[in-house]
Write a protein that binds this ligand. Structure first.
Ligand code: HEM
Length: 329
């Protein structure tokens, strides 16, 4: 309880600092202290509920962070990832890359609490941004003030999910996909470290262990690590629910251990390993892996999350404030 209070206090402190810094934050259209008059308890409610959710299901911390990222990369941070498919139009959440997203019920639960406290006021897009931040805090990562005021989109189409980085893309492709969202090479190095949390299915990394059905190890993958992975991922067609930690041994703590793994050839996904193939991302990984860099990384992560959280936001009279995150009003 004391720890929870301390965490909340540090969030509150960050929020008041942000308010002092003024409501005209660096991101266009969104700002700090946005719900100060209309729903002053919003952030506290979100943090309290997210804490309960993550305590009950620790794996969800990673899933909540990923939800915000998948929201922002497709049609901007407008909570379109949360909308249900309608007749004849599959929504984002039913697209292939989103099949493994989790945490929708958790978001709905917090939204219900917000609706009780302040009806039709806090957007689902802002809720995703807040829950992602709180999930990182609850995983012992950094806190940061979240600029708010995003509004919710009214459409969602599976067809748009090509905007997400492709699973097997090389570093050049990743850089291009990030650039298309206004994120630079450093943001790629920094945000990839979100993989310090969470797990991946065999289907997400089998290409690095097999060529067709024959075992064949990606040369950038450390051999012993690859052998261990093959035990969890017995074939390229394996569709079991078994998952592997992306930051082996530290997948529920937000820290720089991800970079140590990547530097040793233990980056689980193609995109993780690819960071070593570019001078800027490679240098970032090596520096963070060498230790004594956590403070810089935490600051960088805050900055890059703020940039990501501002992609394509709807503000003012655009969109709406959904009362149920999975349905347009
Ligand atoms: C650089 C390009 C990226 C690619 C190709 C990528 C791809 C993936 C894949 C394939 C998974 C595993 C899905 C599964 O098998 O269940 C995953 C998990 C995850 N990703 Fe990424 N990702 C990228 C960037 C990011 C970014 C920018 C963030 C957040 C800021 C992020 C956060 C996460 C988290 C937290 C998980 C674990 C989810 C869980 O355990 O439920 N990823 N990612």
């Amino acid at each position: 309880m004391a720890a929870e209070r301390m965490q909340w206090l540090s969030l509150a402190l960050a929020a008041s600092l942000a308010t002092l810094l003024s409501a005209s934050a660096s991101q266009p259209g969104i700002g700090f202290g946005y719900y100060k008059e209309t729903c002053p308890a919003a952030e506290q409610i979100v943090f309290r509920e997210t804490t309960r959710i993550v305590r009950a299901s620790p794996d969800l911390a990673a899933s909540l962070l990923r939800l915000h990222y998948h929201d922002c990369f497709v049609q901007g941070c407008d909570a379109s990832v949360l909308l249900d498919s309608t007749d004849g139009t599959p929504a984002e959440k039913d697209a292939k890359p989103n099949e493994s997203l989790r945490g929708f019920d958790a978001v709905a639960r917090v939204k219900d609490k917000l609706e009780k406290a302040c009806p039709a006021t806090v957007s689902c897009a802002d809720l995703l941004a807040l829950m992602a931040r709180d999930a990182v805090v609850l995983s012992k990562g950094p806190s940061w003030p979240v600029a708010l005021g995003r509004r919710d989109g009214r459409t969602s189409s599976a067809d748009n999910c090509g905007e997400l980085p492709p699973l097997y893309g090389n570093i050049t492709v990743m850089i291009e996909v990030f650039a298309a969202k206004g994120l630079d090479v450093k943001d790629l190095a920094v945000l990839s470290a979100a993989h310090t949390l969470g797990k991946a299915h065999c289907s997400s990394f089998a290409d690095r262990l097999y060529n067709g059905s024959a075992p064949s190890t990606d040369p950038t993958l450390e051999r012993r690590y690859a052998d261990r992975l093959r035990m969890r991922c017995p074939g390229p067609g394996d569709s079991s629910a078994a998952m592997s930690e992306m930051d082996a041994g530290s997948c529920s703590t937000f820290d720089t251990s991800y970079y140590r793994q990547v530097a040793r050839g233990r980056g689980l996904l193609r995109s993780d390993a690819g960071l070593m193939e570019h001078p800027v991302t490679g240098a970032y990984v090596r520096r963070a892996a060498a230790g004594k860099y956590e403070g810089h990384f935490f600051q960088d992560f805050r900055d890059s999350m703020a940039k990501m959280g501002a992609i394509g936001v709807l503000t003012g009279n655009q969109g709406e404030i959904r009362t149920k995150c999975n349905l347009v009003n």
